[in-house]
Design a protein around this ligand. Structure first.
Ligand code: NAP
Length: 285
């Protein structure tokens, strides 16, 4: 069995990824990560109710990616893995919460679980967002080069994250760092895409890539529905099941290269500008 951990698997795109893995790949076992064990158990029970045959192919793991202790405890329960889907994420107005979850959460989970990944076939999928490239496009040329630097070491990205946190709320200080805006979500996803590149370089024997799921109707995007007064369809939102497609391709499909960022159409996108799904893939360095 190929064992796969999905963080934030209790709802939204994460739950749809869990369902798609179990549905499309019979040789898989999924660790459904949930920061709240009861919410995870309810989600798993819902899947098993619909598919009794999945009972022995799913286990709930309490996993808060923002907590060192929680990640260490979860890692102790997991023996070996084919894949990790770093899906857990949020869109908080608080920079510290957002970076802690969307960036440091990925690093924390990878640091704890990379040693458990199959050394020849192992894959990591980071569910990031097109908000990352859109954010990078607003940065100074120097900061853009930083985000795109294929040789950037992790300690430098971590120092940048720490500097952002130290300057949170100080727009002038953040502008001096080349950040025209300090919109937490976009900043976090830009960092997560760069982290993906770093992880892939440091673990070149594995397949480590990032993708956006697309614009998906979940609790995370419900705020747009409320503020626009429009329906999900009118806003062009897709279902969580459609949002699972690109992550599933990153997990099982044929991939060229490593450390890359893909669009919701599973074609490569640049790190510093938006590419709409269906348009030509990015072919640059
Ligand atoms: P969602 O429905 O709000 O689900 C987010 C999931 O992440 C939930 O399971 C949540 O757990 C979990 N989570 C948040 N913080 C966590 C933590 N510290 N530890 C563990 N789990 C945590 O949102 P979604 O739209 O499915 O988002 C999934 C991923 O897709 C996120 O990374 C998001 O940034 C990305 N994304 C979404 C869209 C979109 O249009 N929806 C677009 C681009 C990227 P709780 O239930 O406990 O809160």
């Amino acid at each position: 069995m190929r064992r796969i951990l999905v963080t934030g698997g209790n709802k939204g795109i994460g739950l749809a990824i869990v369902e798609a893995i179990l549905d499309q790949h019979e040789d898989t076992f999924v660790y459904l990560g949930s920061r709240d064990r009861a919410r995870g158990q309810a989600a798993a029970a819902g899947l098993v109710k619909e598919h009794a045959a999945w009972t022995d192919r799913i286990a709930v793991v309490a996993l808060d990616v923002a907590s060192d202790r929680s990640v260490t405890e979860a890692a102790a329960l997991i023996e070996s893995l084919y894949g990790i889907v770093n899906n857990a994420g949020l869109n908080s107005p608080e920079l510290a919460v957002t970076l802690q979850t969307n960036v440091l959460g990925i690093q924390r989970v990878c640091a704890a679980l990379l040693p458990r990944l199959d050394a020849t076939t192992g894959r990591i999928v980071n569910v990031t967002s097109a908000a990352g490239p859109i954010f990078v496009a607003t940065c100074s040329p120097e900061r853009q080069r930083f985000f795109l630097d294929a040789a950037l070491p992790w300690p430098q990205l971590k120092t940048f994250v720490d500097d952002c946190l130290a300057r949170a709320g100080d727009a002038a200080a953040l502008r001096e760092m080349g950040l025209a805006e300090a919109e937490p979500y976009g900043l976090s996803k830009a960092c997560a895409n760069t982290l993906t590149m770093i992880l892939a370089r440091e673990h070149a024997h594995l397949r480590i890539n990032a993708c956006t799921p697309g614009f998906i109707d979940t609790d995370l995007t419900r705020v747009y529905l409320a503020s626009s007064g429009k329906s999900a369809a009118e806003l062009g939102m897709k279902t969580p099941a459609e949002g699972a497609k690109a992550p599933l391709h990153m997990l099982f499909g044929a991939l060229e290269g490593n450390g890359r960022f893909y669009g919701s159409d599973a074609l490569r996108s640049p790190l510093d500008r938006y590419r709409s799904p269906g348009s030509a893939p990015f072919t640059g360095a």
